[in-house]
Design a protein around this ligand. Sequence first.
Ligand SMILES: NC(=O)c1ccc[n+]([C@@H]2O[C@H](COP(=O)([O-])OP(=O)(O)OC[C@H]3O[C@@H](n4cnc5c(N)ncnc54)[C@H](OP(=O)(O)O)[C@@H]3O)[C@@H](O)[C@H]2O)c1
Length: 257
Amino acid sequence: VLLRRLHPEPGETRTPTDAIAGLGLADLAPPDRPYVIDNMVATIDGKTTIAGRSGPIGSDVDREVFLELRTQVDAVLAGTGTLRVERYGRLLRSEERRAKREREGLAPDPLAVVVSRSLDVPFDIPLFQDPAQEIALFTASAADPPEVPATLHVSRLEEHEMVGLAAVLRRLRAEHGVRSVLCEGGPIVNGALLRDRVLDELFLTVAPILSAEIGGREIVEAAGLSGPVRGELVWLWESHGELFARYRMETSGDPDA
Ligand SMILES: NC(=O)c1ccc[n+]([C@@H]2O[C@H](COP(=O)([O-])OP(=O)(O)OC[C@H]3O[C@@H](n4cnc5c(N)ncnc54)[C@H](OP(=O)(O)O)[C@@H]3O)[C@@H](O)[C@H]2O)c1
C-alpha cells in the first residue's frame, strides 16, 4: 500500500514504513522532558470511537501507520482506559520493526508507560504478561502492584503532581532517560497532556466515515485549558480517501503560546 503526499509538495508516494522513518524526535526534546507526539484516528465528524472502540474507524493502512510510529520513540504511553478497552500486548511484536528501531539508534523494544493516580490498572492484559516488555508505572497510590511477568518499574508521585502529565514526563526523562514519547490516547490522557501544554505534535488520521452515533468520544476531553491550542500542518498524506495529518502544536515552551 502507498501513501500519496498532499502537503508539502504533493505527488510523492511512499509506503507507511518509509513515510514514518527517521523522524529524529529525540533530538527535538527540550532539556527537562521528552518530546511528545500523540496519535489518534477519528471519523469525519471528529469521533474517536464507534460503539466504544477505535478499531472500526481506521483502515489497515492506519494500523500500519500506528505501528510504524512505535518505531520512532523511546516510550509509548496509553491511558488506562485505552489499555483496558484495547487490551494492549507487547508493543512491538514484529522482528522487522524492532530491527528498524535499532537502525534508528533506539532500543529494540519501546518502554511502555502506564500512568494511574488510583492504581486501577488492568494488570490482566497481555502487556503485563510478556517478559519481553518493560513498563514504567507512575502512580499516586501507596499500594503495591501485583507481581507480573513483565518488568515493572514503579515511580510514585503526589496526587497533586498528577493533575496534568508534565511531572510524569519530567520523571520519565530523569529516571529512564526517555527523550521521545508516543501517546496513543485516549481522550482523557490527551486532555491531561494539553492541560500542561506538553503535546508537541499530533498525528491525526481522518477516516472517510461518519460515526452517525450520539456520544462517541472526541480527541480531547476535560483539558481544563485556558484557551484553544494552535497547530501547524507539517504534512498530509492520503490513501484510499483516508487522510494522515501531522500537526506541530503550541506548547508551554513556545514563546508565542
Ligand atoms: N480513536 C483513537 O485513536 C483512540 C485512541 C485511544 C483510545 N480510544 C478510545 O478511547 C477510550 C478510552 O479513553 P479514555 O479517555 O476513556 O481513557 P484514557 O485516556 O485511555 O485513560 C484515562 C485514565 O487515565 C488515568 N490518568 C492518569 N493520569 C491522568 C491525568 N493526569 N488526568 C486524567 N486521567 C489520568 C486516569 O485513571 P486514574 O484515575 O487511575 O489516574 C483515567 O481514568 C476507549 O473507548 C478507546 O477505544 C480511541
